[in-house]
Design a protein around this ligand. Structure first.
Ligand code: NAD
Ligand code: UFG
Length: 340
C-alpha cells in the first residue's frame, strides 16, 4: 500500500516510515520541516538502502495537498504533522488550532475526494487529563483539555469520528492515544531532534548526559507515588511505530466492519517514575546524571499509564522493547546525532 506519512521527518514519523517500508509498504513523506531537519532523510536512507519519496510543503495548504494527491495514488494516511509543545500552545492558541485542526480538515477532504481507505491520527493520552483510574482504559472519560494543544487532540478525534461516519464505509480511521514515546532506532541512525531546549524528560536527560546541559531538574518529589516523582508509561518509539502498521493493516482488512472509527491506547501498561527512569539510564550506561529536585511543573499530573488490552486483543499488537533498551537506543542516537 502507498501510505502518505505527514510529519514523516519528525520523531515518530521517521521511525514509522522505516517500519512501513520494512513491512512492504511504500511510504510517501510530507513535511514542512517546521520541527525537523531534512538530514533525517539521510538516516532513513542508510537504514533502508533507498530514499523514500519526499514532498516538502505544508498540510494546511490545499493547493500543495492537491498536487501531492494528484501525483501519488494514496491508499492510506498516517497523520503525524502537528505542533506539540503544550506551553507554547497556551501562548499561541490560534497557531496551534490553525496548524493542527486546519491540516486535519484539509487532509480528510483530500482523503474523501481521492478514495483513501485508511486514516490513522496521532492522538495523545493527554485527552484523559487527570485520570480517575489507573491503568487508563479507552473507556475512561476524556477530561476538559487544559491547553489548546490538548484540545486539538480531542477536537481532532471528534472530526475524524464524524467524517468517517459519513464516508459510506470507504474511509476508515483510528485515533491512537500515545503515552510517552521515547528512544530511537537501534541503528543509531534516526532519533528525536529537539530544536532548542527540550521540554520532555528523556531528551533533556540525554543532553545532560552529553554535557550539553549542566543539571536535570526533577519536577517535584512530593507526588502521591512510591518515590514522590511523577509516573509515566514510556514506550519505545519503534514499538509505537509498529502499532501504526498493525492499525493500518487492520483498517484495510476491516472493509466490511460497521465500525468506521476506533480509538486505541498505545502504551506498555507499565508505569515508571522519573527517578526510576534516571536510575535505569545510569545503570545501562554507567553515566551519573547530575540532578536537582525542583518544584512541580504546572499542569503535570502525578501518574499516567495505559491499559493496553484493547489494542492487544483487537490488533495483536503489544510493546516488546524494554525501558532499558529505549534509553540505550536514545543514548546511542544522542552520541551520533547531528549537532545543531
Ligand atoms: P515532531 O515535531 O518530531 O514531528 C512532527 C512533524 O510534523 C515535524 O517533522 C514537523 O516539521 C511536521 N509538521 C508540523 N506541522 C506541519 C504542517 N502543517 N505541514 C507539514 N508538516 C508539519 O513530533 P512527534 O513527537 O513525532 O509527534 C508526532 C505526532 O504525535 C504529533 O501529532 C504529536 O502531537 C503526537 N504526539 C506526540 C507525543 C510525544 O510525546 N512525542 C505524545 C502524544 C502525541
Ligand atoms: N520531567 C522532569 N524534568 C524535566 C522534564 C520532565 O522531571 O526536565 C518529568 C515531568 O514532570 C513528568 C515526566 O518527567 O513527570 C514526563 O514529562 P515529559 O515532559 O517527558 O512528558 P509528559 O508526560 O509531560 O507529556 C508527554 C507529551 C505530551 C503528551 C503527554 C501524554 O510531551 O505531548 O505525554 O501523556 F500530551
Amino acid at each position: 500500500m502507498k501510505i502518505l506519512v505527514t510529519g514523516g521527518a519528525g520523531f515518530i514519523g521517521s521511525h514509522t516510515v522505516v517500519e512501513l517500508a520494512q513491512a512492504g509498504h511504500t511510504p510517501i513523506i510530507l513535511d514542512n520541516f517546521s520541527n525537523s531537519r531534512p538530514s533525517i532523510l539521510d538516516g532513513i536512507k542508510d537504514i533502508l538502502g533507498y530514499r523514500p519519496t519526499l514532498h516538502t510543503g505544508d498540510c494546511t495548504n490545499p493547493v500543495f495537498l492537491t498536487s501531492v494527491f494528484e501525483r501519488e495514488h494514496i491508499d492510506g494516511i498516517i497523520h503525524f504533522a502537528a505542533l506539540k509543545a503544550v506551553g507554547e500552545s497556551l501562548e499561541q492558541p490560534l497557531r496551534y488550532y490553525r496548524n493542527n485542526i486546519g491540516s486535519l480538515v484539509d487532509l480528510l477532504d483530500m482523503a474523501l475526494h481521492h478514495g483513501v481507505r485508511a486514516f490513522v491520527f496521532s492522538s495523545s493520552a493527554t485527552v484523559y487529563g487527570t485520570p480517575d483510574m489507573l491503568p487508563i482504559p479507552e473507556t475512561a472519560p476524556r477530561k476538559p483539555a487544559t491547553s489548546p494543544y490538548g484540545n486539538t487532540k480531542q477536537i481532532g478525534e471528534d472530526i475524524l469520528r464524524d467524517t468517517t461516519a459519513m464516508a459510506n464505509g470507504i474511509l476508515r480511521s483510528s485515533a491512537l492515544r500515545y503515552f510517552n514515546p521515547i528512544g530511537a532506532h537501534p541503528s543509531g541512525l534516526i532519533g528525536e531532534l529537539p530544536l532548542g531546549t527540550p521540554n520532555n524528560l528523556v531528551p533533556y536527560l540525554m543532553q545532560t548526559a552529553a554535557g550539553k546541559r549542566t543539571t536535570l531538574t526533577v519536577f517535584g518529589n512530593d507526588y502521591p507515588t512510591p518515590d514522590g516523582t511523577g509516573i509515566r508509561d514510556f514506550i519505545h518509539v519503534v514499538d509505537l511505530a509498529q502499532a501504526h502498521i498493525s492499525t493500518l493493516e487492520s483498517l484495510f482488512a476491516a472493509q466490511e466492519s460497521p465500525e468506521t472509527f476506533t480509538v486505541y491506547n498505545v502504551g506498555t501498561g507499565k508505569g515508571t517514575s522519573v527517578k526510576e527512569l534516571i536510575g535505569t539510564f545510569e545503570r545501562v550506561t554507567g553515566i551519573t546524571i547530575p540532578y536537582t529536585v525542583g518544584s512541580r511543573r504546572p499542569g503535570d499530573i502525578a501518574a499516567c499509564y495505559a491499559d493496553p488490552q484493547k489494542i492487544k486483543k483487537e490488533l495483536k499488537w503489544e510493546a516488546k522493547l524494554s525501558l532499558a533498551q529505549a534509553l540505550e537506543d536514545a543514548w546511542r542516537w544522542q552520541q551520533n546525532s547531528p549537532k545543531p
